[in-house]
Design a binder for this molecule. Structure first.
Ligand code: C2O
Ligand code: CU
Length: 465
C-alpha cells in the first residue's frame, strides 16, 4: 500500500487559537432555514496558512449548526450552487422516508435548483447532515454540519460545546488532494485517511467554558474513513449519549474512546477548573486536537452530572419471531473476494475493479435492484453482519437506531440505540430493531470510499396496516 505509508500528519504550524463559535442557522419569515451548498474558502491551516478552497454549506466548514427543539418541525431549503448535483441526508434522524435525502427517496438536486426538507425529529440529541451523492468527495471537501435536537427540558445547566472532528488529506499548499478521489487503492484499504486534523474547521482550537457548570461535549466524527481513538486527558469524563441516544451516565474508564466515521458521542465534564486536552491516538502517537479551558470560579453549587431524558424508543427489545438477515461483508485488499453481483450480472473481481468496485454486501457490489430484505411493519429484525474482510467497517442504518446485540461474541457495555456500528475485521456483529418506520432505507459502510466502491445496500419496510 505505497501511498498509505507516505502519509504523515503535517506538523501544526499554527499556534493554538481561541475557538470561534460555530455559526447557528436562523430561519426566514417562511420558517425555512436556507442552506446554500457552494464553493468557499476555509482557514483550515490557521491564520498563517493559505485558506483552503472547500465546498461548504452556508460558507463555513462545518456548515451552520441547525438547532431544533425535540418535537418541533425543522424546515430547511437546500440551494445548490455547486457545479454538480447534491442532496442532504440527516444522519441518525428517525425521519419520514421521503426526507431521508438519498437516491432511493429523491432525485438529485441539480446545480441552481432547490429542495425543501421538512421534518420533525422524534429524538433529542446530537446528529449531523451531509450529502448522499458522491459523498466521498462532497463530504471530504467540507459539506457537513451538526443538527442538534434539544431536549424539551434536559433539567441540566450544561455549557454546550459541539466539536466536529474531521481529518483532511491536504497537499503542502493546503489544498484538498483532489487527484486522489476515486482512487481504488484507497478504497480497497482503510479509505481516505488525512494528514491534517480539524475541530470545528480549526487546527487545535482552545474552547473556553465556565468553571461553575458542567460541560456537555458533543463529538461528531465527520471524517471519511478515520476511526478515531479519542483520548480525554486532564479531567474525568462521563458518557451521556451515543449516536444521539442517551445512555445511563457512565465514567469513561477505558481509553481510547472509539468513535467510528459517522458516529457521535456526548460527554459530560464536571464543574471545576481542570483543563481538558483532547487527543487522537494515531497508531500509538497521541495527536492533540483541541483543548477546553475553564474560566471563573468553580462554585460549591456546581450541579451534578445528570442523565439525559429518554427518547421515545423502547428499553427492551423482544427478539422472539425476529426476521433473521445475513449480511456478509466482503472485498478489499487481502480479502480474497472472487466476484460479486452487479444488477443481474455476476462479475469477476477483475470486472468489478474495471467498474470501480471492490466491496460487496450480501453478494452485491453497489445498490441492488431489489432490497436486501423486506420487513412487514412492526416486525423485529436481526441482522448478522459478518465481516469477511481484513478491514473494519462502520455500518450505518438509515431511518432507525439499532441495538447492538453483540460484536465478536461480546455484548456491549451499554444498551444504547446506535445508528453506526463498527465491525472489526473477520468479526461478526448482530444488530436488532423493530421495523416500524416504513420506506426504502439505505444500509452502508460509512467509510465513504468503501461505500462508493460497492459497500452499500438497502432494505424496505412495509406501511402500517
Ligand atoms: Cu451519514 Cu448514509 O449516511
Ligand atoms: Cu467499510
Amino acid at each position: 500500500m505505497p501511498h498509505l505509508d507516505r502519509r504523515r500528519f503535517l506538523v501544526a504550524v499554527a499556534a493554538a487559537g481561541l475557538a470561534p463559535r460555530l455559526v447557528h442557522a436562523g430561519a426566514g419569515d417562511d420558517g425555512f432555514i436556507v442552506l446554500e451548498a457552494a464553493p468557499a474558502e476555509a482557514p483550515l491551516l490557521g491564520k498563517t496558512g493559505k485558506p483552503t478552497p472547500v465546498w461548504a454549506f452556508g460558507g463555513t466548514v462545518p456548515g451552520p449548526i441547525l438547532r431544533v427543539r425535540q418535537g418541533a418541525e425543522l424546515k430547511v431549503r437546500l440551494v445548490n450552487r455547486l457545479a454538480e448535483p447534491t442532496m442532504i441526508h440527516w444522519h441518525g434522524i428517525r425521519i419520514a422516508n421521503a426526507m431521508d435525502g438519498t437516491p432511493l427517496t429523491q432525485k438529485p438536486v441539480e446545480p441552481g435548483q432547490t429542495f425543501d426538507y421538512v421534518f420533525t425529529p422524534p429524538d433529542a440529541g446530537t446528529f449531523w447532515y451531509h450529502p448522499h451523492i458522491r459523498a466521498a468527495e462532497q463530504v471530504e471537501r467540507g459539506l457537513y454540519g451538526l443538527l442538534i435536537v434539544e431536549e424539551a427540558d434536559s433539567g441540566a445547566n450544561w455549557h454546550d460545546i459541539p466539536m466536529v472532528l474531521d481529518d483532511w488529506w491536504l497537499s503542502d499548499d493546503g489544498a484538498v488532494r483532489g487527484d486522489t478521489f476515486g482512487n481504488l487503492m484507497v478504497a480497497a484499504h482503510g479509505g481516505r485517511i488525512g494528514n491534517w486534523f480539524t475541530v470545528d474547521g480549526r487546527s487545535r482550537p482552545v474552547f473556553q467554558a465556565p468553571a461553575d457548570r458542567p460541560v456537555r461535549l458533543r463529538l461528531a466524527n465527520t471524517a471519511n474513513a478515520l476511526v478515531m481513538n479519542l483520548l480525554i486527558k486532564g479531567i474525568p469524563a462521563t458518557i451521556l449519549a451515543i449516536d444521539g441516544q442517551p445512555v445511563a451516565p457512565r465514567p469513561l474508564e477505558v481509553e481510547p474512546l472509539v468513535l467510528a466515521p459517522g458516529g457521535r458521542v456526548d460527554i459530560a465534564l464536571p464543574a471545576g477548573s481542570d483543563r481538558l486536552t483532547l487527543a487522537v491516538d494515531m497508531r500509538g502517537e497521541p495527536l492533540e486536537i483541541a483543548y477546553v479551558e475553564r474560566t471563573g470560579e468553580a462554585s460549591a453549587a456546581a450541579g451534578d452530572i445528570m442523565a439525559l431524558p429518554a427518547n421515545p424508543l423502547p428499553r427492551d427489545l423482544d427478539l422472539t419471531g425476529a426476521l433473521l438477515v445475513d449480511l456478509p461483508m466482503e472485498g478489499g485488499a487481502m480479502g480474497g473476494m472472487a466476484g460479486a453481483r452487479v444488477g443481474t450480472q455476476d462479475l469477476t473481481m477483475r470486472q468489478l475493479v474495471e467498474r470501480g468496485l471492490v466491496w460487496s454486501l450480501a453478494g452485491y457490489a453497489g445498490m441492488p435492484e431489489n432490497p436486501v430484505f423486506s420487513a412487514a411493519h412492526g416486525r423485529t429484525v436481526i441482522i448478522v453482519m459478518a465481516n469477511r474482510s481484513a478491514w473494519p467497517h462502520a455500518m450505518h442504518v438509515h431511518g432507525y437506531h439499532v441495538r447492538l446485540l453483540d460484536a465478536a461474541g461480546t455484548a456491549p457495555a451499554d444498551d444504547a440505540w446506535r445508528d453506526t456500528v463498527l465491525v472489526a475485521p473477520e468479526a461478526e456483529a448482530r444488530i436488532a430493531f423493530v421495523a416500524d418506520n416504513p420506506g426504502k432505507w439505505m444500509l452502508h459502510c460509512h467509510m465513504l470510499e468503501h461505500q462508493e466502491a460497492g459497500m452499500m445496500t438497502w432494505f424496505e419496510v412495509g406501511a402500517a396496516a
